[in-house]
Design a protein around this ligand. Structure first.
Ligand code: LLP
Length: 409
């Protein structure tokens, strides 16, 4: 359980104390309130560089899916490294521009863009809109005509592929609300062939999230390749494929990770001969491993059947266990010398039975005020937080070596 480095390259024990970058977490907890979201800046930078450098033949534009974590600091760290941004709302669009992202590196995805959002995207001259229905495209056309402005469009294909991930984060099956059925794509291209304002440049696909095998990617990407070749043969000019995000990360010892190099080889193998630009939209795999929640034990409660470790982080800080049954690895900040192990249900303080981070977890013995860390909370954690039970917002701390920056924006 205490293999911290498997979860974050900059999380490790020194003499029984857990350090994040070069910062001892017990000191951090004394200075800032718990719970708090802590991020390793070096881990984010390293994840981005590893992904970028895994490509040898092509240079895809990496557009970070900021829905995974919309903290300004993360946008700044990644855009400084050259990343573009994948946005899904006017809020994300405005925030990325406010943080210095070049609109020419912004892709707008999402199944329910409002006319306000479409107009804003056009006005800001973003790189492209990924369109999810012909009805949406008709609306974009109407707005473009009104504004006398052009826009580049990718059609998001629904390839009817099961990503074999959690039911609630699967997006590429025909019954899912996302994308345009693959047998309707040609029709849309025909309809918009000579349109003055709509420039259909390619296809996009995103089949789901926390995907742990290359097989569904292979199936989806092959479909996209074939479709692009078919469109080219039918006389359409295709200059771009956006292959979405979806690679999984380690939450616990059961997760399998996709080999980054195999992922990149797959993309290069299928697309480099087409001479088109490639975009990828990773969210979780760039930032997920960078974050931890630092939390304090409120008390240990002895129940009839169980021992409850009640901690000060709750499902309002991390909803993934309650929503998807996810288990995020949990680590003690200070290792105890004795070899006494206990079984705990690790729970939050919220008035919901589902406010549980782990059941029957075998770990060292804990007492009131001990510190623990919940791993892999860099993605879909702070951004999905709520103030349920009116618990208020908590700090987000960005750590690089011994430097700590509080950034709650
Ligand atoms: N592109 C599109 C169009 C997406 O819908 C998503 C995620 C991504 C990219 C980024 O996917 P990633 O690389 O992060 O897997 N709240 C859920 C995850 C929802 C994902 C939504 N779409 C969770 O906590 O697991």
């Amino acid at each position: 359980m205490n293999n911290a480095k498997d979860y974050n390259k900059f999380l490790n024990y020194k003499n029984g104390k857990l350090f994040f970058e070069d910062t001892p977490l017990d000191k951090l907890a004394n200075k800032y309130k718990t719970p708090s979201y802590c991020y390793s800046v070096s881990e984010i930078e390293s994840n981005y560089k590893l992904l970028k450098n895994s490509f040898k033949k092509i240079r895809p534009l990496i557009c970070y899916a900021m829905k995974a974590n919309f903290n300004s600091e993360i946008i700044k760290i990644l855009s400084k490294l050259g990343s573009g941004i994948d946005v899904v709302s006017f809020g994300e669009l405005e925030k990325s521009i406010a943080n210095g992202v070049n609109p020419n590196k912004i892709v707008f995805s999402g199944v329910g863009k409002t006319s306000y959002e479409i107009e804003l995207a056009i006005k800001k001259k973003i790189k492209q809109i990924n369109v999810e229905s012909v009805e949406e495209l008709d609306e974009i056309d109407y707005i473009c005509k009104k504004r006398k402005q052009k826009i580049k469009i990718c059609l998001r294909v629904n390839p009817d592929i099961n990503a074999k991930t959690h039911e609630k984060i699967s997006t590429g099956r025909s019954e899912d609300k996302f994308g345009i059925p693959d047998d309707q794509i040609l029709e849309v291209f025909k309809k918009y062939k000579d349109n003055k304002y709509i420039n259909l440049i390619g296809l996009s696909v995103h089949i789901g999230s926390q995907i742990e095998s290359l097989t569904p990617f292979k199936r989806a990407f092959k479909k996209i390749r074939n479709q692009i070749k078919f469109l080219i043969k039918s006389g359409f000019k295709i200059s771009l494929a956006d292959l979405g995000g979806g690679a999984g990360i380690r939450y616990n010892e059961k997760n399998r990770l996709i080999d980054l190099n195999e992922y990149s080889r797959l993309i290069e193998g299928l697309f480099s001969d087409l001479g088109i630009d490639i975009i990828i939209e990773p969210g979780r795999s760039l930032v997920g491993s960078s974050g931890i929640i630092l939390s304090r034990v409120i008390r240990v409660k002895r129940g009839k059947k169980k021992n409850f470790l009640i901690i000060d982080a709750g499902m309002n800080n991390l909803i993934r266990p309650a929503l998807y049954g996810a288990f995020h690895n949990i680590l003690p900040v200070n290792l105890t010398d004795n070899n006494t192990y206990k079984y705990y249900d690790i729970v939050g303080p919220i008035c919901e039975t589902g406010d549980i981070f782990g059941k029957n977890i075998r770990t060292q013995q804990f007492k009131k005020d001990d510190l623990i860390v919940i791993c892999s909370t860099g993605a879909y954690s702070s951004c999905m937080a709520s103030e349920y039970n009116l618990r208020g917002k908590v700090n987000e701390l960005f750590i690089k070596k011994q430097k700590i920056k509080v950034s709650n924006k």
